[in-house]
Write a protein that binds this ligand. Structure first.
Ligand SMILES: Cc1cc2nc3c(=O)[nH]c(=O)nc-3n(C[C@H](O)[C@H](O)[C@H](O)COP(=O)(O)OP(=O)(O)OC[C@H]3O[C@@H](n4cnc5c(N)ncnc54)[C@H](O)[C@@H]3O)c2cc1C
Length: 284
């Protein structure tokens, strides 16, 4: 991140591995050394130019090959609008299929991030085509009122779900507007997953939710993975892994850091939390 502004160095540098694949891999190796796997995300979103979409596909392709050949314990997580979902469903599906095929060949699991609510049907439509393969997973956002039903419908077909609270600005006709309502819907969906899903990811830094998940996990026979974002509560993530949880850290890299950093700043809610996450020793 050298040569950039103070904002980028102070804030983005905490959350983002750096501009290149090498930066992401070096952060992942540190986590792998502590028993934590990586979920790589190449930054960039809402791409409307086919050339830029192709560039993103190329970066993911190289990344997939390197994960496979260098033995990194990692999956990738792709934003649908990086694969052309803002251009057309056809463009998205064609790039989706290319990435999933290559990942399968290299033994790399592919997550699909969830972006703004207008994109959900597009992502679910593509995901449903291939979800029986068990090589792909989809993110659902608990702030959306539709997500419980989506979870039920997808679970019945054997989907692998990553549950998050949600990071975009969504209006009251589609999303819960208070922290309490979002958390309560998160817990409701999570309890459903514990009852009905054999494999899913609990992606949150909310310690109340994680403690509740641990209680439910006791009698659960399936595979639960916990996940946090790079730079937030990572010492806790490492401690969870040490105690025997399956834990992953989501590691963004690339130059398009602004939108991602803005969302992290916004949800930190209070400057003291941001400063804490910047100066805290994250334990990796
Ligand atoms: C692995 C992973 C994948 C994700 N993928 C997606 C996705 O595809 N689509 C999507 O919309 N969202 C995604 N998110 C983001 C998610 O939706 C939330 O915006 C984010 O995780 C914060 O919510 P929370 O569950 O941690 O709960 P919150 O209630 O926001 O936070 C709980 C506590 O964690 C700490 N904390 C949270 N954020 C910060 C911060 N920035 N700085 C310092 N402390 C903080 C605070 O102590 C806070 O009280 C993902 C998150 C994770 C962990």
């Amino acid at each position: 991140m050298s040569g950039h502004g103070i904002f980028e160095r102070l804030f983005a540098g905490r959350w983002i591995a750096g501009p290149d694949i090498d930066d992401a891999i070096s952060v992942a190796r540190r986590f792998n050394g502590k028993g934590v796997s990586a979920v790589f995300n190449y930054l960039g979103e809402d791409l409307k130019d086919k050339g830029m979409v192709e560039d993103a596909v190329q970066v993911y392709s190289e990344l997939i090959k390197r994960i496979g050949s260098e033995g990194i314990v990692a999956s990738i997580s792709v934003k649908p609008t990086q694969l052309g979902a803002s251009i057309s469903y056809k463009t998205f599906l064609s790039n989706y299929t290319r990435i999933v095929k290559l990942a399968k060949k290299n033994g790399v699991f592919v997550w699909f991030d969830m972006e703004s609510s207008g994109m959900i049907d597009t992502v679910i439509r593509a995901y449903r085509k291939d979800m029986k393969s068990k090589d792909t997973g989809i993110c659902l956002q608990a702030y959306l009122t539709r997500s419980y039903e989506d979870a039920v419908g997808l679970c019945k077909k054997g989907a692998i779900i990553r549950l998050v609270k949600g990071a975009y600005n969504e209006p009251p006709d589609v999303a819960y507007q208070t922290k309490e309502a979002v958390t309560s819907n998160y817990v409701r969906i999570m309890e459903y997953l514990f009852r009905h899903s054999k494999r899913f990811m609990i992606a949150t830094h909310d310690l109340g939710i994680i403690e509740h998940a641990h209680r439910l996990d006791k009698g659960h026979k399936g595979e639960v993975e916990y996940a946090m974002l790079n730079g937030i509560r990572n010492r806790y993530a490492v401690a969870m892994a040490k105690k025997g949880d399956r834990v992953a850290v989501y590691i963004p890299f690339g130059r398009a850091w602004l939108n991602y950093s803005y969302r992290r700043l916004k949800e930190a809610g209070h400057i003291s939390l941001v400063l804490k996450s910047i100066f805290e020793d994250q334990g990796v």
